[in-house]
Ligand binder design. Structure first.
Ligand code: HEC
Length: 109
């Protein structure tokens, strides 16, 4: 009987330690997380033509730092595409499009 109790309490201790160990890092702030949520989406989908700073202009892409569009207009272009730029409505969620449009707004000089 005593052995079983020792066994069970050790098991429980192990479980508690495991849960603490996992919860710790993953829930707390991740230093690699970008400050603006759209930044990682931009890096992944947009830099091929617009470049990391938005200025590259490959395939006739506009210099995003010189763009005078409003947030709504950017959302509209990213959602439905324009000329060589593909529509992103089937690739990104509405929230991701809104976030990346916000990020593009921060590239302006
Ligand atoms: C295949 C190349 C390509 C990719 C990838 C691309 N774009 Fe574009 N983008 C263009 C082109 C070309 C234009 C110019 C369209 C035009 O002449 O009206 C443009 C225009 C824009 C504009 C309008 C700028 C203005 O002032 O008129 C915005 C905003 C924009 N892109 C954002 C994005 C975002 C955000 C992404 C990623 C989700 C992205 N683009 C990915 C090619 C691309």
């Amino acid at each position: 009987m005593k052995n079983i109790i020792t066994f069970l309490s050790l098991g429980l201790l192990g479980l508690v330690l495991t849960l603490n160990g996992c919860g710790g890092d993953s829930v707390k702030t991740n230093p690699a997380m970008p400050a603006i949520p759209g930044a990682s989406t931009f890096k992944k989908y947009c830099t091929a033509c617009h470049g990391a700073d938005g200025k590259m202009g490959l395939n006739g892409a506009k210099d995003l730092t010189a763009s005078a569009l409003t947030q709504e207009e950017r959302v509209q272009i990213i959602t439905n595409g324009r000329k060589l730029m593909a529509p992103y409505k089937s690739i990104l969620s509405a929230e991701e499009i809104n976030d990346v449009a916000t990020y593009v707004g921060t590239l302006k000089e």
